[in-house]
Design a protein. Sequence first.
Length: 243
Amino acid sequence: MDNLTIAAAGGMQARMESLDMLANNMANAETGGYKTDREFYNLYVSAEAAGADSGPAASLPVVERPWTDFSQGALKVTGGALDLALSGKGFFAVDGPAGNLFTRNGSFKVSTAGALVTSEGYPVRTVSGGGLTVQPTGALEVSADGTVSQDGQTLGQLQLADFSDTGALVKQGASYFRSAADSQPATGVQVEQGKLESSNVGAAESAVRLVSVMRQFEMLQKAATLGSQMNKQSVEEVARVAS
């Protein structure tokens, strides 16, 4: 395969990964607490090519790694007592099926057992490490530091976690993260009751980028076709001369 076709194929592969990422972002534009993914491009050189002495090694564009934009989304007022948003850096800590999970989606509810849980039913953790039991009736109040009170009685304080390196966080589902690194108490963050954080996906920006990547893919596809036609013509010319 000639260098033109190889480069075009590599570019098409990178653009396909970008298209998948953009499509997932746009699909979660209305998901509360969702954080948009972006791509980081680099050039790939195979070990065989890098060790060869036949001149400069050919490199191909690849999406080396996706990275997550943790910037805060807009806070929208809902008025719901169980709707909580974080203003500042940090995450709500919850007990997932296989360990601790962290989320910015504060759309909580009360389970049939009276526990404060996420929409998926994961118990919300408190600073003491346990869950939070809420009475089915009675006004619920949540202060800025995450302290939950009901009918004048303090029930507990929500665990607000942060990480020194958010690059260690791995997405699990649309609005959850897990990490092998230990979390630390979040500082400078405030809980706002009656609000929810929207996704930080810029719908208009994502649509523009989607069109741009699709056009790039089409141009690379034409380049690959051109390379194939050139190879075919070269073979036909060689055959004609040999005959």
